[in-house]
Design a protein around this ligand. Structure first.
Ligand SMILES: NC(=O)c1ccc[n+]([C@@H]2O[C@H](COP(=O)([O-])OP(=O)(O)OC[C@H]3O[C@@H](n4cnc5c(N)ncnc54)[C@H](O)[C@@H]3O)[C@@H](O)[C@H]2O)c1
Length: 280
């Protein structure tokens, strides 16, 4: 049995098929947790880059099992409260408890605010804000019933702490989950359940490594590439790096989920190479 910081606990991760969600699932498994992995694992109409696939979710299963931990994986959309709750209930039914929740699933779809369609606004807010609320809503009864306390880690963003042009829906949703986090910290403290957020800067995942995001950050370049994006992204940081890796965020998630953070609640933790405090 793994003697990690989360030995024999159970962690729920949404958006677990790839990117940061997969990295969190694997890191928490390394720390000894069994994993309930949820992902839509299909493209979402309106989002201009592909979402994960069932094969991606299967790869997360393989990687978690490689660490000797159990995993229950479900295809569910965080916009569908009933399907989400059914998946969470089934996972907790299989493993018998729930200790950690990573509300991580999210999408983006850049557009100028004044001309953004109602559909695009609603889609991003529904996944990135309401989807986090639905995830917490499905999980909280299990956390409370367990009676062991617990930890919720919400994935916000540097865009939850500062403004970005042309992603107002995303920025509003990420500020919104920081408000949700603070309200939940108030409500759940009597149950020894801590609620925090991680607020990453750019992370090297398919969410930003795609043409619409390169165009957002490099408006003066025709058909910008990852190489064009790198120096522009790096200029946003104090530390001389263009982006962080998913594992950098997973390290923060693992800390916040563990007993090392037993008195840390209501905190928005930037993993941002100094993005939020950089002047200009
Ligand atoms: N990549 C970045 O630069 C960055 C920076 C700050 C915050 N974030 C946030 O990190 C989180 C993870 O993103 P990522 O960088 O790993 O991107 P990603 O696109 O690689 O992963 C997102 C995952 O969420 C899943 N997903 C999307 N919509 C879903 C839905 N409706 N229901 C269930 N699953 C859904 C996707 O299939 C995918 O597996 C998101 O909340 C994102 O907003 C990303």
């Amino acid at each position: 049995m793994t003697a990690g910081r989360l030995a024999d606990r159970v962690a729920l991760v949404t958006g677990a098929a790839r990117g940061q969600g997969r990295s969190h699932a694997v890191r928490l498994a390394e720390e000894g947790a069994d994993i309930i992995a949820i992902d839509v694992a299909t493209d979402l109409p309106g989002v201009p880059y592909p979402q994960a696939t069932p094969d991606d979710l299967a790869e997360t299963v393989r990687l978690v099992e490689q660490h000797g931990r159990r995993i229950a994986a479900f295809q569910a959309d965080v916009r569908d409260g009933a399907a989400l709750a059914a998946a969470v209930d089934a996972g907790v039914g299989r493993f018998g408890r729930l200790d950690v929740v990573c509300a991580n699933a999210g999408v983006n779809d850049p557009a100028p605010t004044a001309t953004m369609s109602e559909e695009v606004w609603s889609l991003v807010v529904d996944v990135d804000l309401s989807g986090v609320w639905r995830t917490c809503k499905a999980a909280i009864p299990h956390l409370i019933t367990g009676g062991y306390g617990g930890a919720i880690v919400i994935t916000s963003s540097a865009a939850g702490l500062k403004g970005y042009a042309n992603i107002a829906h995303y920025t509003a949703a990420k500020h919104g989950v920081n408000g949700l986090m603070k309200s939940l910290a108030q409500e759940l403290a009597p149950h020894q359940i801590r609620v925090n957020s991680v607020n990453p800067t750019q992370v090297d995942t398919p969410m930003i490594m795609n043409d619409p995001m390169f165009a957002l950050f490099c408006p003066d370049i025709d058909h910008p590439t990852r190489d064009d994006f790198a120096p522009i992204s790096q200029a946003m940081h104090l530390l001389p790096i263009p982006w962080v890796e998913p594992g950098d965020v997973s390290s923060a998630v693992a800390f916040l989920a563990s007993d090392e953070a037993r008195y840390v609640t209501g905190v928005a933790l930037p993993i941002d190479a100094g993005n939020v405090v950089k002047k200009g």
